[in-house]
Design a protein around this ligand. Structure first.
Ligand code: URP
Ligand code: ZN
Ligand code: ZN
Length: 460
């Protein structure tokens, strides 16, 4: 049999197995796995490399509008480019329904902007901020049927938060139509109360972002979200979990047999609140929600990854430029942490950080790394088995990984649209040396080779 491409001599790693095999690729799909293949138009030498399913980052924000005057640093083009540099082949950004907008309008707008502008495949989640009767009764059921099978809701942020009654309504639509609700679990009233008190005390520097939303704020909201899901009898994914208390809430629910899933992110493994306590506005670079916590919180997030409480490891890439009045240096943000745009970039650094801090340091094995960065995302969000594994018939979305490559993270190698990385100077062992989307090389040795060949995927 003749193939378009053979990936030869590598060690294949899936969520289940690690084995030596060559991979024959035909028409963008994996056509054969065998000990020795040699007839192809193109041979890619993977000797000494790990051959893994391309990363799937199921929590990224791209081209998402924020408060007036604030602009997200990444377009679909730059965000997807950086994703590919970091070994990813599929990303799941959000279509945000702005208040007063229909969901259908939001979907049309994001789809048009992403179409023909992506180096990797894209599948959208929805964000519901305005659950009108039309959204609940007509738009959501229709969009879920079209393949938008996951919905994020927020328990905080002035312009996004849903009241408990609204959360129950969204959960019920999700239950009826078999969608998954992703929950941003932080309590709005507590955050407002604490923020206003901090403001009155003159505590307005970026570091007070942490004090305005302490662990108890996240734990309470996590518990409430789980309870609401239990009442409605539908699953939820608690996203970007930052600490032990919230992790334990999820674990307890899982031990009671509830379908409650968890996600954590790199910022909760390698950053702490002290990062927000830097000179001047420098701390704003690390302001995200929930905020980075302390070393015990980091340890708890590792436990959650090791023990399966967290099934996905995502970046929550939410980039705002630092030296920019439309980003972290927003004039109002310079007067008070409450107005610093929330979010950190991390689409390219997600997999290297988990590999280096997790696999190389012996905290997780290679197969769990693949599960946490690719396979579990595909399974949970309806992309498996076309995505998220190395198997005959799957899309040839592959990352070749040099497990010994030593890289010091500098922003310029990440090729995103931001102007900094919170991980500047972090020393990494293990790096993606080639990213392939449906059989075509997108990035080789950090150099972009691909075109806008990313598809917008429907999930049914
Ligand atoms: O600070 C964060 N995480 N911003 C991104 C939006 C979100 O809540 O995921
Ligand atoms: Zn969130
Ligand atoms: Zn997010």
């Amino acid at each position: 049999m003749r193939f378009d491409t053979i990936v030869k001599g590598g060690t294949v790693v899936t969520a289940a197995d690690t084995f030596r095999a060559d991979i024959g690729i035909l028409d963008g799909r994996i056509a054969m796995l065998a000990g020795d293949l040699d007839d192809a138009d193109e041979m890619i030498d993977a000797t000494g490399l790990l051959v893994m399913p391309g990363g799937i980052d199921s929590h990224v924000h791209l081209e998402q509008p924020g408060s007036p005057g604030i602009v997200m640093a990444d377009t679909f083009e730059t965000g997807a480019r950086s994703a590919a540099v970091g070994g990813n082949t599929t990303v799941l950004p959000f279509c945000l329904q702005q208040k007063g907008q229909t969901l259908r309008e939001a979907v049309k707008d994001y789809t048009e902007r992403a179409q023909d502008h992506c180096y990797v495949d894209v599948a959208f989640h929805l964000i519901v901020t305005d659950p009108t009767p039309q959204v609940l009764g007509q738009e959501l059921p229709a969009l879920i049927a079209e393949g938008f099978t996951s919905i994020k809701i927020f328990m905080t942020y002035d312009d996004m938060k849903l009241a408990d009654r609204e959360i129950l309504e969204v959960l019920d639509v999700a239950r009826q139509h078999k969608a998954l609700v992703m929950v941003h679990a932080e309590g709005y009233d507590s955050i407002r109360f604490l923020s206003e008190r901090l403001e009155r005390q003159g505590k307005t520097a970026p570091v007070y972002h942490g004090a305005s939303r302490p662990v108890a704020v996240e734990r309470e909201a996590t518990h409430r979200a789980i309870s609401l899901a239990e009442i409605v009898e539908t699953p939820v994914m608690i996203v970007h979990v930052s600490n032990r208390h919230a992790m334990e809430e999820i674990r307890r629910a899982q031990m009671r047999g509830l379908p409650i899933y968890g996600e954590t992110c790199p910022q909760y493994l390698v950053l702490t609140e002290a990062d927000m306590d830097r000179e001047g506005m420098e701390g704003a670079k690390y302001v995200c929600s929930p905020p980075p916590r302390d070393f015990d919180s980091q340890a708890a997030c590792w436990e959650g990854l090791q023990q399966g409480v967290f099934e996905v490891f995502s970046s929550d890439h939410c980039p705002y430029r630092y030296e920019d009045a439309a980003g972290k240096m927003a004039p109002k943000g310079q007067t008070n942490f409450r107005y610093v745009p929330n979010g950190v970039p991390g689409i390219a650094t997600r997999m290297p950080i988990l590999f280096s801090e997790g696999v190389v340091k012996g905290r997780i094995d290679l197969n769990r790394f693949v599960a946490l960065t690719s396979t579990n995302h595909a399974k949970r969000y309806g992309l498996y088995p076309h995505k998220g594994t190395i198997a005959v018939g799957a899309d040839a979305d592959i990352v070749l990984w040099d497990p010994a490559r030593e890289v010091t993270i500098h922003h310029k190698i990440l090729q995103d649209g931001c102007d900094y990385t919170p991980y500047e100077g972090l020393e990494i062992t293990g790096w993606p040396v080639l990213t392939m989307l449906r059989g075509s090389v997108v990035v080789r040795e950090n150099e972009l080779k691909g075109a806008f060949s990313g598809n917008i995927l429907s999930r049914r």
